[in-house]
Design a protein around this ligand. Structure first.
Ligand code: FA5
Length: 345
């Protein structure tokens, strides 16, 4: 019985070695492994036979079956390693790596021109002692209009065509001015000198100078004895630094319900630009901001006493300034994501 078993073992070993040599690739080797070493494999079966061998011959058979198992395992590992190496070699020869090909460059991003000019604005106002204060883009009707001295049905509301949300009384802000109320209420009576940058939305006819979505930077200064002269000085100092000393600044009187008196400020369009007349409607000037002395009703809405303090406010359009700086003939270019345009900045 034991001799028969040992003969079978020899036969099994010979057969396994021959099969192994015939395996041409990794897949064939793995199939071989399942055939001999899988759960129902032939080597497993030979090991299981041990319990049927008479006790006195069990030691010899056991040693032999273990030797066969180890030899076959070693042979399999070696064959698998050389099959893998051969496959790698073959793939390197078939698809040679051409190290002389030029690399693929990574495109470098840059700041959007609107972000660049916003940062310039922050820097100039930081030097003038202003802090940046951020407020929300979605406001209530109350903050966008009422607290700014425009009760419901006030005709001045017509100046700002508004996007209403589906929630009654909630609007996309038409200007950064509602931020004035937020700052005043937070500062609670203390002096204020801040700018409030952010996006605004208007249901407007889009043109070369007007978008339905645009940045504004609001400014607010409140304290004892703040005058119109401070406003004019601040705006002029800002414009000189933003546009250079050779560019002209025009201040003219205007109307806003939340300031009294009110002004608007224009900058002269570059003289040598052929689009000058078209973009400035023949005047040579483009408006960059509205401003004025904060109306007493607005001071009251913010919790300040107009008999004790005064203040000035302004709201400027950074994209209009970009147009003026670089003689850009269409404000819509900023949101079109045309890289050939954006790369110039
Ligand atoms: C206002 O929005 C006032 N809240 C400004 C203000 C603030 C006055 C504080 C007094 C005190 P106006 O609608 O004129 O005003 O807009 C101010 C600036 O925002 C404009 O001068 C312009 O530079 C920019 N702007 C206005 N509408 C658009 C638009 N549709 N597209 C691009 N820029 C715009």
């Amino acid at each position: 019985m034991a001799d028969d078993a040992t003969d079978e073992l020899k036969k099994l070993e010979g057969q396994a070695q021959t099969h192994l040599q015939q395996c041409a690739d990794e897949a064939a080797l793995r199939a071989w492994n399942t055939q001999y070493f899988g759960d129902k494999g032939l080597v497993k079966a030979a090991l299981a036979k041990l319990s049927t061998i008479p006790k006195e011959q069990r030691g010899t058979y056991g040693k032999e079956v273990n030797r066969v198992k180890e030899d076959l395992t070693r042979a399999y590992d070696a064959a698998l390693a050389s099959a893998k190496a051969a496959a790698l070699q073959a793939s390197l020869t078939a698809n040679p790596l051409d190290v002389s090909l030029p690399g693929r460059g990574r495109p470098r991003g840059r700041l959007h021109p609107a972000t660049q000019i916003l940062r310039q604005i922050y820097t100039i106002f930081a030097d003038l002692g202003f802090q940046v204060y951020r407020t929300r883009e979605v406001e209530t009707d109350e903050l966008n209009f009422e607290f700014l001295n425009m009760p419901a049905h006030h005709p001045a509301r017509d100046m700002w065509d508004t996007f209403f949300t589906t929630t009654p009384g909630v609007v996309l802000r038409t200007h950064t001015s509602p931020g004035q109320i937020h700052v005043m209420r937070e500062a609670a009576g203390k002096p204020i000198r801040v700018i409030l940058p952010g996006m605004c939305y208007r249901n407007e006819a889009i043109s070369t100078r007007s978008e339905i979505q645009f940045y504004q930077v609001e400014g607010l200064v409140i304290g004892e004895g703040v005058t119109m002269a401070d406003l004019k000085g601040t705006i002029t100092a800002f414009a000189r630094r933003m546009f250079g000393p050779e560019r002209r600044v025009r201040i003219r009187s205007s109307y806003f319900p939340f300031t009294e008196p009110s002004i608007e400020v224009d900058i002269d369009w570059p003289k040598d630009d052929p689009n000058r007349d078209r973009l400035t409607k023949g005047t040579g000037w483009l408006e960059i901001l509205g401003a004025g002395m904060v109306h007493p009703n607005v001071l009251r809405a913010g919790g300040y006493d107009p008999d004790k303090v005064t203040g000035f406010a302004f709201g400027m359009g950074p994209q209009r300034m970009l147009m003026l700086k670089h003689a850009i003939d269409d404000i819509r270019l900023f949101w079109q994501n045309e890289l050939r345009f954006l790369r110039q900045f």
